[in-house]
Design a protein around this ligand. Sequence first.
Ligand code: PLP
Length: 392
Amino acid sequence: MPANASTPAASAVDYYQRLGVTPFINAAGTYTILSASTMPDEVQAAVALAAKRPVHLLELHQAAGEYLAKRLRCEGALVTSGAAAAIKLATAACITRGNKSAVINIPTEMQGLKNEVIVQKAHRYDYDHAIRDCGARLIDVETLDEYERAFSERTVMTQFFNAAEGGRISREDWVRVAHKHGIPCFNDAAADVPPISNLWNYTEMGFDLVAFSGGKGLRGPQCTGLLLGKKDLIDAAQLNNSPNSNTIGRGMKVGKEEIIGLVAAVDWFLEQDDARMEAEYRKRAALIAERVKSVPSVEARVFIPPVANHVPHLLITYDMNRIKVSAIEVMQRMREGTPRIELNPSTGGGPASMGLAGGSNVIVVGVWMLQPSEDEIVARRLQEVLRSAMKS
Ligand SMILES: *Cc1c(COP(=O)(O)O)cnc(C)c1O
């Protein structure tokens, strides 16, 4: 009998323990540096099964792309090694458009290649490098008039940051003007599910390419992303992607485990229900709110960020004259406690990126990634930390 045919699953070694890395309760959300989300059981099982059987990677990419495109109501889809990789492949697709020597030549041999990407100044962000990696130059605009005038014979793509807090040009105008000039429009919606329908809202709005992170709200493998859009551009992106060698994407490999994991995660996600998810998150927030409000001066309310991380978060505030600890310090004590708990990084006015009003007495609890009964633990620990600061 071949060893891999029907042997029972090996009992897993806890390598976090062996390595001395302590996992935490995720009361933050889907932040990449905090390892984002965890995969639902169905997704983990699909990955484990796929991991045991070899396949042709290009065949798998092709089949997964067709399946995802059908399920997500777009012409084409590509599994990437993350949303950042999807941004890079979108840019490479628009520069190379199926030209095989261009695929090899970018980003250093740009003779004869167009390379300008137009972006709103307020949409410049920490992922610009993914665009510049392809040899592209970013052209900033602020007004609609500037946008109109920014198109040149070197323009290859326009870029939109879906969850940007600033920017004067709407999605509709952004797409309309780009198409008037015959230029493809890309939208980075990495962290922008739920709602589930966002998986097709932006392609249906006319964006030619749209990126999502696979490891955030979709709860696929952390190192996956989705590039969705027009078939010819998705095909052009694929030519730049691993496993094709001598491409910009060769170092952004997705393996069979990631491809299957993301497909299974999309299936899982499409079976969820926005209203039911929101009700569950509100229930967790209410439980924590009720417990912490037993501490004098503490107030709590639910806040839903407008675009990215669009799920109920709990905002806790308190009187620092009575509870003598800053929110940052509370976050630190939660992190150092047992069990370890990680609060939302916008706590205490940290880097918010979600329209949250920060402040030194504002604690933000992201409840959507909590596992069953962890809301109870977070509530108890917060209560302990806040209460103990009253005595000091
Ligand atoms: C998280 C994020 C990314 C990167 O996603 P990865 O899947 O980690 O590569 C890109 N853009 C935005 C707006 C994001 O929030």
